[in-house]
Design a protein around this ligand. Sequence first.
Ligand SMILES: [Zn+2]
Length: 301
Amino acid sequence: MPSEADYIGRFAPSPSGPLHFGSLVAALASFLDARSHHGQWLLRMEDLDPAREPPEAAGQILRSLDAFGLHWDGEVLYQSTRLEAYREALHQLQAQGLIYACDCSRQDVQGMGGVYDGRCRHRSDPVTGGALRVQVTDETLHFDDLIQGLQAQQLGKECGDFVVLRKDGLFAYQIAVVVDDAWQHITHVVRGSDLLDSTARQIYLQQRLGYATPRYAHIPVAVNAEGQKLSKQHFARAIDDAHPAPQLWQVLQFLGQAPDPALANASTDDILHWAIQHWDIQAVPKLANIRHDCDDAASPD
Ligand SMILES: [Zn+2]
């Protein structure tokens, strides 16, 4: 365990649009966990897929974070500047004989029950225009999520060999995030529970690449503090930079922090000050059901 002074956290949005309620939840939770540990809070823009990223979105996100008083440490890291590092990591995996080409489609993988069966591992014919997959093993990977508790995943059975370089030539999320978490010395990853299922794959890559594994905490992104399902519309609603205080208050309530109702009319600085003092990660609601979905196969969602 790193000491508190060594805490480095991060918020890592994809600039596919403006921040919405769900991403504000992840931003605030990671911010509060870092600040309550007197840690650093870094900002990483996961801009690896230009076709899905309106050019104005990254700037909008930075302005929103500023408006909400969520000030990050140091320079913003843009993944689009990091391709050389991802290529280097891919070479490391290739040198271990773990990488092979695969031109199976998403439909093919669905036909395998959603878990890629490794059928291209030992092909002798050349595969052109395919994705690159990393070979996994049957070992069970464990981690202790700070919110969701003990997790275990057997990648071979539950996920299968997964894509690290997409067939469109873009690096997959899993390898980029692992390389950057290591490079930025991230000790704590607090993020949305939509990524809970990615964690075992990331730990697998960390082990193969000789990186340390950070602590993980997954915030529910589909239920509120009462365990009720939030509608997609509610969650995807864009945030309003002009009125940050009431929205910060709502997010705190969503995170189970029981903010004083009087705080809803306070300044952002006062709300954040209160929230850092009172941050209790154990009060964040747990997920009722944890679903596995490894089908991030050869193409983006
Ligand atoms: Zn294949």
